[in-house]
Write a protein of this length. Structure first.
Length: 343
């Protein structure tokens, strides 16, 4: 991709920004009917010979709470990354696969880059972000449409200039004055030579299909790396811990510090039944009471909602036991952070 200098408002090339905006906001003629075709109505895909296959890595990056995990789940077509309103819900490099036509996308969701705290946990998470963008074919830089602050800027500064970057303006459905996007886009292009501008909502299926078309242009021609039916590289054991952590964050809100985590003590399969024992780890005795709740009701609800979602995900019965333990200062202990699975 050519690395042209960003256009200024007085530069004739600034008209390219207007064209980029118009192209991004417009709907390509002749594609609308195809976009409205449902998955059920679509014919079975024809086999794609290896010489015609395209495959590559697409990293999803951005500050905490801009919708990266929601986007990954929409792209994969199934929940593989947990979501909540609490910042920094994603703590691992989550890889999801999706094969569309001749293109196989390997999407890499990353933790939101953390600049406010320098403890061992955040150092490990930031290392994950940097590792994810080091060797990919395309980067989706996710921001909230029409917004950009210091936290966004710090993430943008980390992105390698030699990899094409798509400016993905998420939550576009919440923008009321869309005429203001042209000057915003101009200011963004002055910050980085973005390859594409994609305003969208991760919750809009048509927007997601359009994103596949855009990302597909950047995948190299090479054989697929995974079976077309595979969705993620993460194990069921990992997904069990993540699902419990999601319900923990959703049901405790801002009361519980983000440093709480979940460890799987036992994972057994008996036919279609999975028996899981997990420990919720908190840093203080007071946090333990928040998780357990009055007469154990909060912990029971966390377990019930996690179990129901896991049963839906796996299509089988789940028996889930939860305990809560205090491990003071674990998030600032490098050895303990590694022992809990954060590399």
């Amino acid at each position: 991709m050519p690395k042209n200098p960003p256009a200024s408002p007085s530069d004739p090339a600034s008209s390219d920004l207007e064209a980029m905006l118009a192209r991004a906001l417009g709907r390509p003629q002749g594609q609308e009917a195809a976009q409205e075709t449902t998955q059920e109505d679509a014919p079975a895909p024809e086999p794609v010979p290896p010489q015609d296959q395209h495959c590559g890595y697409v990293a999803i990056v951005g500050k905490p709470n801009v919708g990266k995990s929601t986007l990954l789940n929409a792209l994969v077509g199934q929940k593989v990354s947990i979501t909540s309103r609490k910042a920094q819900t994603t703590r691992h490099r989550i890889t999801g696969y999706r094969t569309v036509g001749a293109h196989q996308f390997v999407f890499v969701d990353t933790p939101g880059f953390q600049t406010r705290h320098g403890n061992a946990l955040n150092r490990a998470l930031n290392k994950t972000v940097l590792g994810a963008v080091a060797d990919v074919d395309l980067i989706l830089f996710v921001v909230e449409a029409g917004r950009f602050n210091l936290a966004d800027a710090k993430v943008l500064d980390l992105l390698p200039r030699e990899v094409p970057v798509v400016l993905l303006a998420n939550k576009f459905d919440l923008v009321h004055r869309r005429g203001e996007l042209a000057p915003w886009l101009r200011s963004m292009q002055e910050r980085h030579p973005f390859a594409e501008f994609v305003p969208m909502s991760a919750k809009n299926p048509r927007d997601v299909r359009r994103l596949f078309e855009i990302c597909g242009r950047y995948l190299p021609r090479q054989p697929w790396m995974h079976d077309p039916d595979e969705l993620t590289d993460r194990s069921e054991r990992f997904m069990a811990a993540e699902m419990v952590r999601e319900k923990l964050f959703r049901l405790t809100g801002d009361e519980l510090p983000y440093t709480s985590t979940v460890v799987i003590d036992r994972f057994e399969e008996e036919g279609s039944l999975r028996r899981i024992a997990a420990t919720i780890v908190v840093e203080r005795e007071g946090h333990k009471g928040m998780v357990i709740g009055e007469k154990g009701e909060k912990l029971k609800r966390i377990g019930t909602e996690a179990r129901q979602e896991l049963e839906k995900l796996w299509g089988g019965k789940v028996f889930l036991e939860l305990w809560v333990k205090v491990r003071s200062g674990w998030a600032d202990d490098d050895a303990r952070v590694r022992s809990f699975g954060y590399e």
